[in-house]
Design a protein around this ligand. Structure first.
Ligand code: MN
Length: 456
């Protein structure tokens, strides 16, 4: 017996049209107007928007950072994701320097297997470079791990320009794609030294030591290497207006560049770091840091114009007790914000309902593009026969408030405390089964999704 979602409006990257959706087994069996009921269980979706399950291409669950471990693991993080309409996450597996990629992958399998409620995949972090790792890139591809992460900042993760260039060439050979964290590490270190020498060690120094030009410079730097290697690349968590200029320049040269941003760069400002209350400021520490109002406007504009391909959360949650670690030294604050639960309602409320983007734009950046970018299209990312029955039923006529008092993320704050939402996520289906119902997460079993090549 299937489930017939009847009378809703089905959203795709092209637009919105009325239609019923029939789920059978794990798949979508049919989409169309006035589908016959048969023996299906009918769910009235009148007035609701039906989105393909959202895909969050950037999460960090159960990750050790600066001697502490993220508050959300795969169990709590995936349940929060589902509650917010995210039916698949792609988390970052990371070997330690000196380890094989296989060892890193094995560790991430142990962290996730049997406890992840939504579907999931892994990006593999390249934080070391040698012949073995070069060979392993092909093996990762065979196992459905087709996207890789490299860092231009954080000494523990950086491999340097020469090896980064070699890694890009090798990825081209095996058909993988790299997402890169772009910030100029050397200048950041100089600015941190200056702040330390001047005794300016409060969170207010965080954005001042990682200013926008240093992100843009690294974006440009990477894109010139990618030009030479003749490979597409992904700029992850792009936050600054200046960085968009570098992306545009590369695209004008004919390069393929994909851009991800995050809800916090669209919605929050760097003035948050100036709060004299340490914890009020420290809770917003992430890298790149929050930027200015003008950057937000530029990002919304780019989102509307199709220049930004996906919005992911970079969910990396730490409790306020964990954030205390940097009370006398902002460089010791574990970096990262929670957000995996709220991406959909935020984008709908402050994007679609506010008239900044359309529901189709939202579908593209949350569902369609990440599915294509990360090689799981058309299994994921669209509502069509044969695709997985991952559906978000969103009520645009319902209002709510984001709060630590009603979220299920395993963390004692949200950066969006008290923010009003102009929608609610009524039901979420994962591979044909009801996974979350009016905020109640049931007991779905997520599955590792082997991915193919980027097709965006
Ligand atoms: Mn990240």
């Amino acid at each position: 017996m299937g489930t017939l979602l009847r009378g809703g409006s089905v959203v795709s990257g092209q637009g919105v049209c009325r239609g019923d959706v029939l789920l059978e087994g794990e798949k979508i069996a049919a989409v169309g107007e006035n589908l016959p009921v048969g023996d299906a269980n009918v769910v009235d979706c009148t007035g609701k928007l039906l989105f393909p399950g959202f895909i969050d291409g950037h999460t960090h669950f159960d990750l050790e950072v600066a001697g502490t471990i993220t508050a959300d693991d795969f169990a709590t993080g995936s349940r929060a994701a589902l509650r917010g309409g995210t039916t698949m996450v792609v988390d970052f597996a990371a070997p330690d320097k000196g380890e094989t990629l296989a060892a890193g992958l094995e560790r991430w399998r142990r962290k996730s297997e049997g406890k992840t409620a939504c579907d999931y995949g892994f990006h593999m972090t390249i934080d070391d470079w040698n012949e073995g790792i070069s060979r392993e890139l092909g093996e990762m591809m065979d196992q459905g791990i087709t996207s890789f992460k490299m860092y231009m900042t954080y000494p523990a993760m950086m491999i340097g320009e020469g090896d980064m260039y070699r890694a890009l060439l090798r990825l081209k050979e095996v058909g993988g794609i790299a997402g890169v964290h772009c910030e100029n590490d050397g200048v950041i270190r100089a600015l941190v030294e200056d702040a330390r020498a001047g005794g300016r060690m409060a969170p207010a120094s965080h954005p001042r030591t990682r200013p926008a030009p240093l992100e843009a410079e690294a974006v440009g730097h990477l894109l010139r290497m990618a030009q030479l290697a003749d490979v597409p690349v992904i700029i992850v968590h792009l936050s600054a207006r200046e960085s968009l200029e570098e992306v545009r320049a590369a695209r004008r040269r004919g390069q393929r560049v994909y851009v991800e941003t995050c809800p916090h760069y669209l919605l929050l400002e760097d003035s948050a770091y100036d709060n004299p209350d340490y914890l009020e400021a420290a809770r917003f520490v992430c890298a790149p840091p929050l930027r200015k109002r003008a950057d937000q406007e530029a990002l919304w504009e780019a989102l509307r114009g199709g220049e930004i391909d996906t919005v992911a959360t970079d969910h990396c949650s730490f409790t306020l007790a964990q954030k205390r670690a940097g009370q006398y030294d902002f460089t010791r604050i574990p970096g990262g914000l929670p957000g995996v639960e709220h991406r959909g309602v935020l984008l709908y409320t402050y994007g679609v309902a506010a008239g900044r983007v359309t529901a189709a734009d939202m579908c593209r950046v949350l569902s369609e593009n990440p599915a294509r970018l990360y090689g799981c299209w058309p299994r994921k990312g669209l509502i069509a026969p044969g695709s997985d029955g991952d559906i978000v039923v969103l009520d645009p006529a319902s209002e709510g408030t984001i709060s630590v008092d009603n979220h299920v993320q395993n963390v004692d704050y949200t950066p969006y405390e008290g923010w009003r939402t102009k929608c609610s996520i009524v039901q979420v289906y994962l591979r044909g089964n009801l996974a979350a119902d009016r905020g109640q997460v049931l007991n779905p079993r997520g599955r590792f999704i082997p991915r193919g090549r980027c097709c965006l």
